[in-house]
Design a protein around this ligand. Structure first.
Ligand SMILES: [Zn+2]
Length: 125
């Protein structure tokens, strides 16, 4: 696990201070490769490319975490909105938010995750 001092400023701002990266700027917004997205701070497996979909929001979006045990959901009333925050259970990094407007055929959830909080591990064929 990386210490707070080792975190790049943008990752620190988002993961540790609950910030949000600017939409359409993240490295993984349009990534369609097969693989696993891990927590950029501690390396925990978070989301599989199998659940990634194009939401058009500008942030990587997933219908499900790879393992519900790896994340924590927390009510977030900041910025005058009632939202559900998604946090890495292992290291407590803020990852993004989950909304109920995802694809209905896949359960209706949209995990809206900041690219900067993810490390992509490409699956070799
Ligand atoms: Zn983590």
């Amino acid at each position: 696990m990386k210490s707070d001092q080792e975190l790049p400023p943008e990752l620190k701002r988002v993961a540790r201070e609950g910030g949000t990266e600017a939409p359409f700027t993240g490295a993984y917004v349009d990534n369609h490769e097969k693989g696993m997205y891990r927590c950029a701070v501690c390396g925990t497996e978070l989301f599989s490319s199998d659940t990634k979909f194009d939401s058009g929001t500008g942030w990587p979006s997933f219908t499900d975490p790879s393992n519900l045990e790896h994340i924590k959901l927390r009510e977030d009333a900041s910025h005058g909105m009632s939202r559900t925050e998604v946090v890495c259970k292992t290291c407590g990094a803020h990852l993004g938010h989950v909304f109920d407007d995802g694809p209905q055929e896949a359960g209706g959830k949209r995990y809206c995750i900041n690219s900067v909080c993810l490390d992509f591990e490409k699956k070799e064929n």
